[in-house]
Write a protein that binds this ligand. Structure first.
Ligand code: B4P
Length: 192
């Protein structure tokens, strides 16, 4: 089973690369950002609570996102594997994910981190904000808050996978197809 954690700061290209990867490897895409936005558009209680935090660039509580992922794993028992996009975003989420997978006789194959400079991230998110309608992309202050949340709470997750010898970092700046090739080269090594 191929279980990939696609990692990187907001706007690094995790969602963009996931779209190509699900096609090539037949994986289920689990994006906590997309799942939360789905709750918001359906107007659920969870969505209403998450919206306030997301609009200001703050992470949603661990138990909320862990619960969503747990439900999705249960609902896709026959999957060939998963791409975890935007999850885990804290060390507590990474520990919970390991436990969930162990209980299903599975494990993370590896993490691939997309390296992108803060200046490039800000530019990409502001550009997307012009057309996406996402409140968290439209405002430079919120974008900086998201990058700070990443540096404070999410960056340590890389260490969690480094300790397990499951961490690879690649350059996330350049043409989308070139970055996709670099990711595939790493996955091919795992599949040997
Ligand atoms: P996410 O939805 O995960 O949003 P993201 O980090 O902005 O996305 P991504 O890195 O996927 O960027 P993309 O490919 O779209 O999170 C949003 C919020 O949800 C968080 O702030 C948080 O509040 C909450 N949340 C989500 N998961 C959580 C969790 N686990 N725990 C707690 N809270 C959680 O790319 C961005 C832009 O760059 C696009 O416009 C794209 O076209 C462009 N781009 C991509 N690759 C490019 C390239 N190579 N060159 C130029 N542009 C490129």
């Amino acid at each position: 089973m191929l279980n990939l954690v696609l990692f990187g700061p907001p706007g690094a290209g995790k969602g963009t690369q996931s779209q190509n990867l699900i096609e090539k490897f037949g994986l289920i895409h689990l994006s906590t950002g997309d799942l939360l936005r789905g709750e918001i558009s359906q107007g659920t209680k969870l969505g209403l609570e998450a919206k306030k935090l997301m609009d200001e660039g703050t992470l949603v509580p661990d138990e909320v996102v862990i619960g969503m992922i747990s439900n999705k794993l249960d609902a896709n028992k026959d999957a060939k594997g998963f791409i975890f996009d935007g999850f885990p975003r804290t060390v507590a989420q990474a520990e919970a994910l390991d436990e969930l997978l162990i209980s299903k006789n599975s494990e993370i194959s590896g993490m691939i981190a997309l390296e992108v400079t803060d200046a490039e991230l800000e530019q990409r998110l502001l550009l997307r904000g012009k057309s996406s309608g996402r409140p968290d992309d439209a405002n430079p202050e919120v974008i900086r808050k998201r990058i700070k949340e990443y540096n404070d709470k999410t960056a340590p997750v890389a260490g969690f996978y480094k300790n397990q010898n499951k961490f690879t970092s690649i350059n996330g700046i350049g043409a989308v197809e070139e970055i996709f090739k670099s990711i595939c080269n790493v996955i091919d090594l795992w599949l040997v």
